[in-house]
Design a protein around this ligand. Structure first.
Ligand code: PEP
Length: 253
């Protein structure tokens, strides 16, 4: 059984004060929740505060990105050892907004994934096709390519807590959620590709999250699909009540 993971990507929203205000409202709403793991990915300026405020709760926190090296002349970057030093346990890698606006390549995602696994940070590797590629019938090719690149040189034995998020670019922040069937099909492609690289035991134990316009009223139908093991939520995770409702609805059935 794969325990669902419901994760909030706060993107470039919330100051530390706003992040802590969110937690004051959110933590009591989910305090008895045991049927899924809950994670929050705040901005780097809020991360340390969120980690401290969630210690001893059923919520964990992670970074939205990191460099693959431990230190160096890379202005603006944060390293895996720096994340470890503030008790950070998770990291998002290769989000499409990082690929588009920060020009992260598949090779960089691969280096970051290797670093995350070396440092025992739980990685959530984001993949997904653009609308153009979907309309050209290239969804499978894109997903297989992104997974193959991300996993290049990684051995099955080290796959540990690897999580993948399928986030079709056309569904992120647009309100155009993938149908449960479209998402399930994409997740099956991803799982097959992971099995080809890391072996079936790793692939069948690995969680694949769906991300892209997840809301309280569509999460249950997405989660009813056998290949969907959780959600990565952007806009609808910014309000405590809405994210708590998503957490509850995800495993209510
Ligand atoms: C995201 O940023 O990962 C995301 C899925 O955003 P949204 O839920 O707003 O589409």
């Amino acid at each position: 059984m794969r325990k669902p993971l419901i994760a909030a990507n706060w993107k470039m929203y919330k100051t530390p004060k706003e992040s802590l205000a969110f937690l004051r409202e959110f933590l009591p709403l989910v305090k008895d929740h045991t049927t899924s793991e809950i994670a929050i990915f705040p901005t780097m300026s809020s991360l340390g505060y969120v980690i401290e405020a969630t210690k001893g709760t059923n919520v964990t926190a992670g970074a939205q990105t990191m460099h693959w090296l431990n230190e160096g002349p890379y202005t603006g970057q944060t390293s895996p050892t720096m994340l470890e030093s503030i008790d950070c346990t998770r990291v998002l890698l290769g989000h499409s907004e990082r690929r588009i606006y920060a020009h992260e390549t598949d090779d960089m995602v691969n280096l970051k994934l290797k670093a995350a696994l070396d440092h025992e940070l739980i990685p959530v590797v984001c993949v997904g096709e653009t609308l153009d590629k979907r309309q050209s019938g290239l969804t499978e090719a894109v997903l297989r390519w992104q997974i193959a690149c991300a996993l290049n040189g990684i051995k099955g034995a080290s796959c540990g807590n690897l999580v993948i998020a399928y986030e079709p670019v056309w569904a992120i922040g647009t309100g155009s959620v993938a149908t449960p069937e479209q998402a399930n099909e994409a997740h099956a492609i991803i799982r097959r590709e992971v099995a080809a690289h890391l072996g079936s035991p790793c692939a069948s134990g690995m969680r694949i999250l769906y991300g892209g316009s997840v809301k309280p009223d569509n999460v249950a139908s997405l989660m009813s699909q056998p290949e969907i093991d959780g959600a990565l939520v952007g806009g609808a995770s910014l309000q405590a009540k809405s994210f708590a409702e998503i957490v509850r609805n995800a495993t209510a059935a």
